[in-house]
Unconditional design. Sequence first.
Length: 353
Amino acid sequence: MSSSLRSIYPWIRSPLVACSPMLRISQPALAVAVSHAGGLGFVAGGYDTDELALNMKNAVGLLRGLDPPVPTQTGVLPIGIGFVLWGCDLERSVQVIQQFVPAAVWLFAAPSNEQYALWASRIRDATQSRTQIWIQVAGVKEGLDVVRAAQPDVLVAQGNDAGGHGMKRSASVISLVPELRDSLDAHGFGRTTVLAAGGIVDGRGAAAALVLGADGVVMGTRFLASHEAVVAKGYQQELLRAEDGGVSTVRSRLFDRVKETNGWPDDYDGRAFVNRTFLDAQNGMPVEQNISLHKQEVAHGDTDGGVKARTIRYAGTGVGLIHDVVPAAEIVNTVAAEVEMSLAKAIKKLNAA
């Protein structure tokens, strides 16, 4: 892990494990639990900031009640906020950021790099540069362009295995991370921190990401199966049942059409479980009928999911490696321990060869 990360986030352990700002799921309890365990948790601001100030106020209350407290810089909250830029109001978002001064702000899905630059500038001005700027990218050229435009402190390199939203076209972290790292170094941006995201659910994946050149990892799907995640029990049961994540999940623009979240830029789609909604669309069902049937099932509340269900549930390809629902702190601690064991095992194999 980069020494600069520890100096900026003095509470984190090595390697850094961050929880992604999953819309309506990554709320104060999850963000605070991850940071208290030595990671970095994010509250999801998403693309609608109506409840963000209240969520941050609740997070402050949770942080004040911790024993021991999370060591941090004076006046900086040891959690982050994530924003989906195509739908966010800059002025309202900056007001919340200025009020609470989070340790990091994660920017994603901007309509243009100029928007990333504008948001980064406004956030730095509002917090006297105490808040770090994280920007999610999915390609080498995209990463370089973003660094040139907005000078982020951290690039989150999201591979194609990731659940939820991301670029339609991207590599897995196994090629994205080292190529991005090499390219940043070659173009004079070697000080930019790179975190790997996409398909990482345990310490083996995290160890691989570190060897590839990442400074830490981000996980989303694994934290869906945590006690603190604001997620339906049926969703969690589907996560535990899932196998062969590259087959049981699929990337598609269909999911946003059916959920009628139509603001996403054209080059984004989402990875979710294969279910009746997707299969019926493949077999020619009109999207209007699919929307209606999806709404009917969602209105009935929580379901156990599965291929016969219609409710859209996002998950990454690593889902088959998730076998239990545990506290978020246990996930952070287990990943850290597994990283050490995995690297030691790899060295032992190398020496025995």
